[in-house]
Design a protein around this ligand. Structure first.
Ligand SMILES: [Zn+2]
Length: 154
């Protein structure tokens, strides 16, 4: 699976690529030199809205130019240009904050860390091993799914 970096202008796109389960860093560094170093160091593909950066020789084969300002079009561009394959089992498999793959965690362990109505009604939880955020299937997930259907036109 592709490993990606979105540049500073593509924060929303980075978030939605994570929701879809793609390994996506969001790089706030705006200096070209440091961004290029990061691409070289990590071996990731850079998604940028910066036309000038996208044509740099040093990035040949390692960069995708995103033309649109609109999330829906940006997602479409990224999926098409990178031949990304969306799999249902990958949805919501990453931490939306830090991009780490989530791990299942047993219910008892999160007892004191989630609201009690959640604890009573939800049976499966996952946790981010890096930033320790707890996730569970909830209404925001349903909203995200309907938004995804809109964004992906499925
Ligand atoms: Zn995290």
């Amino acid at each position: 699976m592709e490993r990606l970096i979105c540049d500073a202008m593509l924060g929303k796109l980075a978030k939605w690529l994570r929701i879809l389960g793609f390994d996506t860093l969001y790089e706030k560094e705006v200096e070209d030199k440091k961004l290029i170093e990061k691409v070289e160091k990590t071996g990731r593909i850079l998604l940028t809205a910066d036309r000038r950066l996208a044509v740099r020789k040093v990035l040949r084969g390692k960069v995708i130019l995103i033309n649109s300002f609109f999330l829906k079009e940006q997602l479409k561009e990224a999926i098409k240009k990178l031949h990304l394959e969306i799999r249902r089992e990958n949805l919501f498999s990453r931490c939306l904050i830090c991009n780490s793959p989530l791990l299942p965690v047993c219910k008892e362990k999160v007892k004191n860390r989630v609201p009690s109505y959640v604890y009573m009604t939800v049976s499966s939880f996952s946790i981010c091993p890096l930033c320790d955020k707890i996730y569970w299937p909830a209404t925001h997930k349903e909203r995200m799914i309907s938004r995804l259907k809109y964004l992906l036109e499925v």
